[in-house]
Design a protein around this ligand. Structure first.
Ligand SMILES: Cc1cc2nc3c(=O)[nH]c(=O)nc-3n(C[C@H](O)[C@H](O)[C@H](O)COP(=O)(O)OP(=O)(O)OC[C@H]3O[C@@H](n4cnc5c(N)ncnc54)[C@H](O)[C@@H]3O)c2cc1C
Length: 495
């Protein structure tokens, strides 16, 4: 069967690409290997608990009169979701520096607290805010293909090649404050001395000016809503349809499924990592593909422990929405602690703080996560896998209890553990990586955006966390929109 476009993967990136193409009356087929849409944005049941696999903070959706880009796109497609505001209420602890702090309240409260901690933070932090705004506006202009970027956005040009640490030092932010601001990047294993400043600035812009929100309903409801709207617009999805090969046939591409069936389209869009596609699905070699792959750093993998606790969060004294424990607040130093199985990065989220109804009355959901560099799991095999993952989960729970003086072990009613193998099996992410390729050094969003045309493999595009804007539901959704807009524009030009 022939289509205009075939999309491999119904993750949020694939669904977004499908929505925009179907919205533009194209004949589109999404092939998804699992039996549900959403990829990592999914929900699973254990006993009386429904756990969301990944999405707890939705960025760039915005609230009140601060409408984010994601919300604007959802409105365009007529997709309605209910969201809840997330309070800034984050507890951070660092073992080496013997530092423990709660970041709470509105931005002004933060700034005052940062000033109390390190004198000089307030004025410099305030002067950072217009720089974040300018960089955001420059990115919007760049995506629209506007000229005069150099003239209109001098700070964008000044910092385009700088890593985050260099740029923040240049902006006179005290070093200690830089490390405190870096906690979100430690969580995803990106060292600030390698992370491109433009990517950091764009994230901070959304975090501060658009405020993250939580979904009122479960992850899977969002995925099902997007899939339903796509189908209403005429798009097709085939589930349990794993693609095993992509071939060139005349002026089209053909995809072959594991069961031997095949479909053709003039363009294939992959909601998958490029490395996976080039290594596993394609036989042709592309000269720049290796070069590009060498520049990529696949993100950390890790262990996620989903806990259903039979006590309320108030009784458990779980008062913060997010908890972080690091070995060291310096993101580069901290990454070294991820090279073995002992935990010294813990990230925890308590969704009940935002949404009391996310679990049955007088119960709490607690999700713990720790990161590892990819080699750590190399010696794990079929014989020791279950024992290792259960021991690691126990240790993670104990470390969380002792770090934050909270008893949880005796209240565990349900527990599920996701290892890198779980993530790899569900999504085909290389090494079970949680966040796709990192936006580090040369391989940052700006470079990906500017080299898009030159590095494009004919009739093959990528959306999702491996694509232009990296990981995060807002970014992957936006990648689906942006890439398909480019393809539609090319189509119009060639007509
Ligand atoms: C623990 C965790 C917490 C997170 N928390 C947040 C958060 O709070 N906020 C946020 O914004 N982001 C968060 N993220 C990141 C976010 O979930 C991802 O960036 C996003 O969901 C990735 O979407 P995607 O479309 O790129 O890929 P995926 O979700 O990986 O989707 C890829 C799809 O392709 C399918 N597929 C793979 N191979 C094939 C094949 N050969 N044939 C057919 N189908 C195939 C898979 O089944 C899958 O459905 C989190 C991630 C993790 C792991």
């Amino acid at each position: 069967m022939n289509y205009d476009y075939i999309i491999i993967g119904a993750g949020i990136g694939g669904l977004s690409a499908g929505l925009n193409l179907a919205f533009n009356n194209k004949k589109v087929l999404i092939l998804e290997k699992n039996s549900l849409p959403g990829g990592l944005v999914t929900t699973f049941k254990r006993g009386r608990f429904e756990f969301d696999a990944s999405l707890y903070d939705l960025m760039d959706y915005g609230q009140d009169n601060h409408t984010g880009s994601l919300q604007k796109l959802f409105k365009k497609y007529n997709v309605e979701i209910e969201t809840l505001p997330i309070p800034y209420n984050i507890r951070i602890k660092s073992l080496d520096e013997k530092f423990e702090e709660v970041i709470k309240g509105e931005i002004d409260d933060w700034v005052l607290r940062l000033e109390e901690l390190h004198s000089g933070s307030m004025s410099t932090f305030r002067s950072l805010l217009p720089v974040l705004k300018e960089i955001h506006e420059a990115l919007v202009a760049l995506k629209k293909g506007r000229d005069n970027i150099e003239k209109d956005f001098p700070n964008f040009m000044k910092y385009i090649d700088k890593n985050t640490e260099e740029a923040l030092i240049d902006l006179n932010i005290p070093k200690e404050t830089i490390h405190i601001l870096g906690y979100l990047w430690i969580e995803i294993g990106s060292p600030l001395n390698k992370l491109n400043f433009i990517d950091f600035a764009e994230f901070m812009y959304k975090y501060i000016f658009k405020r993250p929100v939580a979904l009122k309903n479960k992850n899977i409801d969002l995925a099902l809503k997007l899939a339903k709207r796509y189908e209403e617009l005429g798009g097709k999805i085939y589930y349990r349809s794993e693609v095993s090969e992509i071939k060139d046939i005349e002026d089209k591409k053909e995809v072959i499924l594991k069961d031997g069936s095949s479909y053709r389209a003039k363009e294939i869009i992959c909601d998958l990592s490029e490395r996976y596609v080039l290594k596993n699905l394609m036989k042709e070699e592309y000269p720049f593909a290796n070069q590009k792959e060498n520049a990529r750093t696949i993100s950390m993998n890790g262990l996620i422990v989903y806990l259903g606790l039979n006590k309320s969060y108030q009784d458990l004294k779980l008062y913060n929405y997010r908890y972080y424990e690091f070995q060291n607040l310096n993101s580069a130093t901290n990454m070294k602690s991820m090279k073995n199985f002992s935990h010294h990065t813990i990230e925890a989220v308590v969704p009940n703080i935002v949404n009391e109804e996310c679990s049955p009355k007088n119960t709490t959901i607690l999700v713990l996560k720790t990161l590892y560099s990819k080699d750590v799991w190399q010696n794990v095999n079929k014989t020791n896998y279950y024992q290792i993952k259960e021991t690691l989960a126990d240790e993670l729970i104990e470390e969380f209890e002792s770090a934050f003086h909270i008893d949880i072990k005796e209240y565990i009613e349900e527990m599920e553990i996701a290892s890198p193998f779980t993530i790899e099996k569900y999504t085909n992410n290389i090494n079970g990586s949680m966040f796709g390729p990192m936006r580090l050094g040369y391989d940052n969003s700006i470079h990906r955006l500017l080299s898009y045309e030159d590095e494009k493999i004919p009739h093959l595009s990528f959306v999702g966390s491996s694509s232009l804007f990296g990981n995060g539901v807002d970014n992957v959704f936006y990648s689906g929109y942006y890439i398909t807009e480019k393809l539609l524009e090319e189509e119009r030009r060639s007509e």
